[in-house]
Write a protein that binds this ligand. Structure first.
Ligand SMILES: Nc1ncnc2c1ncn2[C@@H]1O[C@H](COP(=O)(O)OP(=O)(O)O)[C@@H](O)[C@H]1O
Ligand SMILES: [Mg+2]
Length: 402
């Protein structure tokens, strides 16, 4: 049985190199190696060219400017910068120029201390975490000390630089003013951010010291995404088992939303998993199934993040909808909400507050609320379902009332 299961799973295998499908989970050095294969240079050629122009002074022994890169998420800011800097390091090595770069990952929000911590780890290449409880100044000293004997050029790539949650100014002042003066190596920065307004919230003195150049990454369109996906399919998958139509469909889905390449890649790898479980062929049908299941996952996550009263209200609404052929008034929903609260031993909010919560859920697409006129009896809102059936089943089965 085991052999048979193994053999038939093998026969349906589509992903030949699964690390190429999801580069973001890899540690930085491996990611750079993988990107060498799957990064689509032509689509970001304009940005690469500008980066090359900015950084060219290194070749003559001059310090390049600092660069600030803007762009919505999934437009390839991280991958383009990483790929560029690793190529630059390679060329410098061949030319005998002392250059290195380090990658400071702030993609998860960090306090000022946490940001220094990431910087320290990126610089001395260790995985050792600095102890909590040491002072910021001490931390800064350690960072300076780590570079006391370094020479040549150092580029620090700060990914999602806007993600320093406390005292961002202290972190940036250190980078802009203190750091370059205290170390013998000549340092410059590449900042990446999703937020256009980030710079405006900074201390203008820091901004002026940084003397930076700005660059924008615009969202990908459907054709760009198609090219990115094609390259990846070629490298990562068994091409004979992939329909061109499926790839087009993924590109269309992702570009219809926000042109986010991350979403396109996520959908591709999900669709591959679906296909491997089913027929062993990636067609449009698998893409649809994957799209739907990503949708379900996201909605479930949203529901999990609701506050207690909001979740009870949602459960009340769907308990009512199940009993009234999928259409109820807010008043009826409120009755169900009260029952749910009672069963959960929670005091219900007033109808007015409940009504506010319904508006909130409507806003987030968790329910559909339509205003209906009742003639001279005024107006009411009619609620109907807007969630995938699977999500509703999960929601209602957790509802304490029968
Ligand atoms: N030009 C590209 N070629 C290949 N893959 C890309 C390209 N741009 C983005 N991607 C994919 O999209 C994902 C997100 O890109 P990333 O650079 O991390 O976006 P962000 O702009 O949010 O930093 C990457 O992990 C990569 O898989
Ligand atoms: Mg990024």
């Amino acid at each position: 049985m085991i052999r048979h299961a193994f053999a038939s799973a093998g026969a349906r295998k589509i992903a030949l190199h699964s690390s190429f499908l999801d580069d973001e989970k890899l540690p930085e050095p491996e990611r750079v190696a993988v990107l060498h294969e799957i990064f689509h240079r032509n689509i970001r050629i304009k940005q690469l060219e500008r980066l090359a122009n900015f950084m060219a002074p290194i070749m003559g022994g001059y310090l390049p400017p600092n660069v600030l890169i803007y762009g919505p998420s999934g437009t390839g800011k991280s991958v383009t910068s990483l790929h560029f800097l690793s190529s630059l390091a390679h060329i410098c090595e061949m030319q005998g120029i002392a250059f290195r770069y380090c990658y400071v990952d702030l993609t998860t929000p960090r306090s000022c201390f946490g940001a220094f911590n990431e910087l320290a780890i990126a610089l001395d290449g260790s995985v050792r975490r600095y102890r909590k409880g040491i002072a910021l100044e001490q931390m800064q000293e350690m960072i300076v000390a780590a570079l006391m004997n370094a020479t040549g050029f150092l580029c620090i790539l700060i990914d999602e630089a806007d993600n320093v949650t406390t005292d961002a100014d202290i972190f940036l002042t250190f980078l802009a003013k203190t750091f370059p003066k205290r170390i013998p190596v000549r340092v410059f920065y590449v900042f990446l951010t999703n937020r256009l307004e980030w710079e405006k919230n900074l201390d203008p003195r820091i901004v002026s010291v940084l003397k930076k150049q700005d660059m924008i990454f615009e969202p990908y369109d459907a054709l760009d995404l198609l090219e990115i996906l094609r390259l990846r399919v070629e490298k990562a998958l068994d091409v004979s088992r992939v329909d061109e139509g499926a790839i087009r469909k993924i590109a269309a889905y992702a570009s219809r939303e926000t042109g986010d390449a991350r979403k396109a890649v996520e959908l591709l790898s999900k669709a591959v998993k679906v296909a491997e479980e089913r027929s062993g062929r990636l067609t449009e049908e698998e893409v649809d199934i994957a799209e739907h299941s990503i949708e379900v996952d996201k909605t479930e996550e949203l529901i999990r993040s609701l506050a207690l009263q909001q979740r009870l209200a949602l459960q009340g609404c769907y308990a009512g909808l199940g009993k009234h052929r999928n259409r109820i008034s807010t008043g009826t929903a409120f009755e169900y909400y009260r029952q749910v609260c009672e069963a959960a031993s929670v005091r219900p909010l007033t109808q007015r507050r409940f009504s506010d919560m319904v508006s909130f859920m409507d806003l987030y697409g968790l329910i559909c609320a339509r205003v209906m006129s009742k003639g001279r009896y005024g107006k009411t809102r009619e609620l109907s379902s807007s969630l995938p059936v699977k999500v509703i089943e999960g929601l209602v089965s957790n509802t304490p009332i029968a």
